[in-house]
Ligand binder design. Structure first.
Ligand SMILES: Nc1ncnc2c1ncn2[C@@H]1O[C@H](COP(=O)(O)OP(=O)(O)O)[C@@H](O)[C@H]1O
Ligand SMILES: [Mg+2]
Length: 422
């Protein structure tokens, strides 16, 4: 780890690192931050890393992974290849994550090697395993949807029968889901056959579904919110304003910061929940807490926690352009136990809209139109190949008229994707 002698710029092949080149370290005592996973979250850590003279090293899934295109040190390996992950981590001063899929035995081996991991595996498990997360949030008194662990269609029907109304219910895989993959809505008792494939996997004692499935009440939410906080190993914490997130088919489509119409009291209450979870679970780095806002006639709005992510999160992309310290810079500061930056917004409103792949893959040609139409708009594309429905970038606009920002970002995202052409 810090014993690695990075020798200035240029990569030095070192057999001791499993054939990986040691990351080029800037002179002056600056550390190397390792990120397991080469997606867009790792990629967006690179601009603040440059500014802070930190070196990133990314363990990428492929040579053309989003982050591998911009981070010079990007060895290629699966995140479950124990020996290669260990070799990668040995050349880093701290290791963090682009996703939550690194298996427990790999994390345990890294800890045994003395690699400082942030978040630590004891915290990360609550972002990896939705059943563990539900149990732990219950223990610390955080309100969640009604839930149960189910292993059979019969147990699911029993869970549903305990609800008012009984159906629909939500069923989730406990591990490995993202962007709505691993979430199904079951409408009625007679549609349980549609889950036969998942229940079959539960039977496999070695399989990824061996702990069963997570059943939840279907929450009739008014809207979804997210609380984003950062916490450092020494316990310093900072919170961005609570945001409103809109999901389409389970995938984040738009984020508005701050959440329109949220009272100061509710904002403070939700921020307190985010900070309490971060502290109680010992989270280090950025923590996103996804929430449902539910208004029942006569009883006001209540808030239920949906899930946790322990890394920069789509609900915080607005912060690159819209806040004094972006979630990516803050994550780097937090995992290095540096003092945290100011998370306050720079403008009254920021609106971030994701760009999804459509059917045309020539993205650059859209720049001329989008840039000319709206010089104040910020475009972020991730260097990813276009596939239908794939997140390939986002746009952000900041200002004082939230309706205008909504329109500008929607137009730009649609134009970039090729959904509209004018
Ligand atoms: N209990 C629920 N009731 C209603 N909608 C839900 C529920 N759980 C999840 N959803 C919807 O599905 C989306 C994805 O679910 P989530 O558990 O966050 O999975 P992922 O890990 O894929 O983000 C949520 O953002 C929300 O829109
Ligand atoms: Mg989610």
């Amino acid at each position: 780890m810090s014993g690695v002698s990075g020798s200035g710029l240029g990569e030095v092949p070192l057999g001791g690192f499993g054939g990986f080149a040691a990351p080029p370290r800037a002179p002056g005592g600056f550390p190397v931050v390792g990120i397991i996973g080469g997606g867009q979250l790792a990629r967006m850590c690179q601009p603040p890393a440059i500014n802070l003279s930190l070196t990133l090293s990314v363990l990428a899934e492929a040579p053309d992974a989003s982050a591998a295109l911009v981070v010079p040190s990007a060895p290629v390996s699966g995140h479950d290849d124990l020996q290669r992950v260990r070799a990668f981590a040995a050349a880093c001063d701290v290791v963090t994550f682009d996703h939550e899929h690194v298996p427990a035995h790999v994390l345990a081996a890294l800890e045994a090697d003395g690699v400082p991991l942030h978040p630590r595996p004891e915290a990360l498990v609550y972002a990896q395993d939705k059943l563990a997360m539900r149990r732990r949030l219950g223990e610390i008194g955080v309100a969640c949807p009604r839930w149960a662990q189910v292993r059979t269609a019969g147990e699911l029907a029993e869970f549903a029968a305990g609800g008012t109304p009984s159906w629909p219910v939500i069923v989730k895989t406990t591990r490995g889901g993202y962007d709505g993959k691993g979430v199904r809505v079951v409408d009625a008792a007679d549609s349980l056959d549609g889950l036969a494939d998942w229940f079959a996997l539960v039977e496999d004692p070695q399989g990824p579904f061996r702990d069963g499935l997570l059943a939840e009440e279907f929450v009739p939410f008014d809207r979804e919110l997210a609380v984003l906080v950062a916490r450092s190993p020494s316990g310093q914490a900072a919170a961005w304003p609570v945001v409103e997130t809109e999901q389409r088919d389970g995938v984040c489509a738009r984020v508005i910061a701050p959440a329109p119409g949220l009272s100061a009291g509710d904002c403070a209450q939700l921020t307190e929940i985010g900070l309490r979870i971060a502290g109680a679970l010992g989270v280090t780095g950025v923590l996103a807490v996804e929430m449902f806002a539910v208004t029942a006639p006569g009883s006001g709005t209540t808030y239920l926690v949906n899930e946790l992510a322990m890394r920069p999160h789509n609900s915080g992309h607005w912060s690159i352009d819209g806040s004094v310290t972006s979630q990516f810079e803050q994550h780097l500061r937090a995992v290095l136990d540096l003092p945290l930056g100011d998370p306050r917004p720079r403008a009254p409103w920021s609106v971030m809209v994701n760009v999804f792949g459509a059917d045309h893959d020539e993205l650059y040609s859209a720049y001329r139109h989008v840039m000319a139409a709206d010089p104040g708009l910020k475009i972020h594309l991730y260097g990813k190949g276009v596939r239908s429905g794939r997140k390939i970038g986002h746009v952000t606009a900041c200002g004082s008229d939230v309706d205008a920002l909504r329109e500008r970002t929607a137009h730009a995202a649609d134009y970039l994707a090729g959904v509209i052409d004018e």
